[in-house]
Structures are given as C-alpha cells and as structure tokens.
Design a protein around this ligand. Structure first.
Ligand code: PYC
Length: 313
C-alpha cells in the first residue's frame, strides 16, 4: 500500500518590528467564498486544525500570527485576508497587514501605491511607499469606556480604557511595572491577570491588554501588548496603536493628523495618526506606518501519519 503524499501549504514569513506573520499563499482550505467575514466563520468552525497546523508548534510558535489570503467579495480589494494566532482568529491585525503588503510586493502582485484589503471586520487601505514602509488606514475605531475600574487578584484596583480598533483592548496607563524586555514574564503575568478580571467584571469582549510607559527609543510612549493566546506582541501592535489613538483623540490629547510614535517592548516603532470620522461618537480612522521584512519562503508538509500534523494545542 502506498503512503498518501503530504498536503503542501505554501507560506511566506515576515516580521514587522520583530512580530512574525506567516502568510498562507496556497494550499489553504476551500472556505466557500463570500465576504472575508463569511469565510472567517467557516475557517473558525470547520478548519481550526488547519489554523493550528500553520502557527502552532512544531512548525510555528505561540508568537506567530497567521494570515490566510482569500478571494475578496469586494472586487475593489486586491486581496482578502483572515488573521489567526495560537488560540483562534483575530478581527484585524496591523502588523500582519504590513507583513501581508510586503509579502504581496515580494511576490510581485502589487507595487507602490494604495491597496484595499478586505478583512473580516471591514476594508482597510494599505499604502506601500517607495521606501518600502507601509501605512495602514485601519477600520473605524473608538473608545467605548474611559477608566473602567477592575479589581485584579494579587494586584489590586486597576483603571483602564476599553477601546475597539479591529480587536478589543483594555489600555492601562497607570501601573507599577517597568516596560523592559527583561520583565516580559512579570508583564505577561500581570496583563493576563488584568485580562481575566476585565473579562469577568463587565467586558467579556476584551481580548488584548495594553500597558503603557515612558518612551525609551525616541517615541511618544512605549507599550507592552498581551495577545489572546498569552504571547506578547514584539511590535507596537497596529490595532493596539489604533486603540491608543482613539483614546488620545477622545481625550483631546492628540490633534487630528498629528504624529504619535508608539514604541514596542523591543523598541521597534509605528508612527500613527488619525482623522475624525464622527466627533460625536468618538469614531476615528487611525493610520499606522511601519516596516516589515520577508525572511522565509517555505512549503509546509502536512503528513497525516504525523501525530503532531495539526500542531500541538
Ligand atoms: O498588530 O494589530 C496587530 C496585532 C494584533 C495581534 C498581534 N499584532
């Protein structure tokens, strides 16, 4: 009896400010068409094993974000994309969109200029600049609650803003921790406890926790962003920076069009700015600019005989 050949999945890896993105360019499941939101539903409900095979160990790691290219329903878009991580799917991903654009350029599918990309939470416009940097005009973003207070076991009372920017964030400015890479374990533990308290005390939708501190690399602020699968973002987090812009706009602390340089825990930087969509509701369109580098082209082999074919989860 002959052994069936392994399934082949073509991927291109990149990193954006240190945060990796693995774009699935061929060999993904048939999701039946429709909008990116329709396709995300099928992906989540029927192909979770594929998600895990692409990003989890032994082929990936907890920090890897996957981006599956899909056919967009909106034909004005150059591509549709579904983002996912070690535990599930994401609505949007800023660093991942920058990685995707650099990957599409690497493949020769796009050149410099503005490109619309369909995500499950709306269309974003990504501009590839002549110097290789990428700006992403994100989905409409807003602050939902200012200074929501929660009791965090082992920490005490914490106050943070709840904001939407393609993912849900709890943004904490006042805390006792130094945002240094050497403290990553302590920061992860604190942010995870905060997330659990936030989820159980009125905001079940929050999936990312963002801590802020003074800049150390010439920016306006440094952050530490804990993602839903307990990995921290090595980049300043595109949606997290967008959420910060929504809070700054709501507080009148940043003028429309003015730059905000957000540093990550590594010191990598995104430059953000916003334009008002609706001052009454606090809705803004955030734009973040960063750079990404392609660092691998590979074919994943999914061999049904491998006990860890679908990833360790
Ligand atoms: O850049 O938006 C982002 C992001 C979300 C999760 C990891 N990175």
């Amino acid at each position: 009896m002959s052994t069936p050949p392994p399934r082949r999945v073509q991927v291109i890896d990149s990193h954006t400010g240190g945060e990796p993105t693995r774009v699935v360019v061929a060999g993904g499941p048939d999701l039946g068409g429709g909008t990116a939101a329709d396709q995300l539903k099928v992906f989540r409900e029927q192909h979770d094993h594929f998600r895990s095979a692409v990003v989890n160990e032994p082929r990936g790691s907890d920090v890897l974000v996957g981006a599956m290219l899909v056919e967009p329903a909106d034909k004005s878009c150059v591509a549709g994309v579904l983002f996912f991580n070690n535990v599930g799917v994401l609505g949007m991903c800023g660093h991942g969109t920058i990685g995707l654009v650099v990957t599409l350029a690497h493949l020769g599918r796009i050149g410099p200029g503005a490109h619309r990309i369909e995500t499950p939470v709306g269309v974003v416009t990504a501009t590839l600049h002549a110097d290789g940097s990428v700006s992403v005009a994100n989905v409409p973003s807003h602050r939902k609650v200012k200074a929501a207070r929660v009791q965090v076991p082992g920490i005490g009372e914490v106050a943070g803003d709840v904001a939407w920017a393609g993912n849900w964030f709890y943004l904490v400015g006042e805390h006792p921790w130094a945002l240094d890479l050497k403290n990553a374990e302590q920061l992860t533990d604190a942010a995870w406890r905060i997330r659990q308290a936030v989820n159980s005390q009125g905001f079940p939708e929050v999936d990312h926790v963002e801590l802020f501190g003074p800049p150390q690399a010439g920016g306006d602020s440094r952050n530490f962003v804990l993602c839903p699968g307990k990995a921290y973002d090595r980049s300043p987090c595109g949606t997290g920076t967008s959420a910060k812009l929504a809070c700054l706009a709501a507080d009148g602390k940043l003028a429309e069009g003015a730059p905000w340089v957000q540093e990550s825990i590594l010191g990598s930087r995104f430059t953000g700015s916003f334009r008002w969509l609706d001052r009454g509701t606090g809705a803004i369109e955030p734009t973040i600019t960063g750079t990404a580098f392609v660092n691998s082209e590979a074919t994943l082999l999914l061999d049904g005989r491998d006990p860890f074919c679908w990833g360790i989860r």
